[in-house]
Design a protein. Structure first.
Length: 58
């Protein structure tokens, strides 16, 4: 569980940042698309970090 939370701090930042960059590239520069992309990236990071932690722990 601890490894997953450490990984989440890195993976969540990367996915949320990628989502924000994608939204800005598509031309949606208002508040709600940016917040939505960041939230979607953070939500997607939970299962991804769980899967990565499970693979690392063996």
């Amino acid at each position: 569980m601890r490894l997953m939370m450490i990984l989440f701090s890195m993976i969540g930042t990367a996915l949320a940042g990628s989502g924000v960059i994608l939204v800005l590239t598509l031309g949606y520069g208002t508040l709600w698309p940016i917040v939505g992309a960041a939230a979607a990236g953070a939500a997607l990071a939970l299962p991804v970090s769980w899967l990565v932690a499970r693979q690392i722990e063996g």
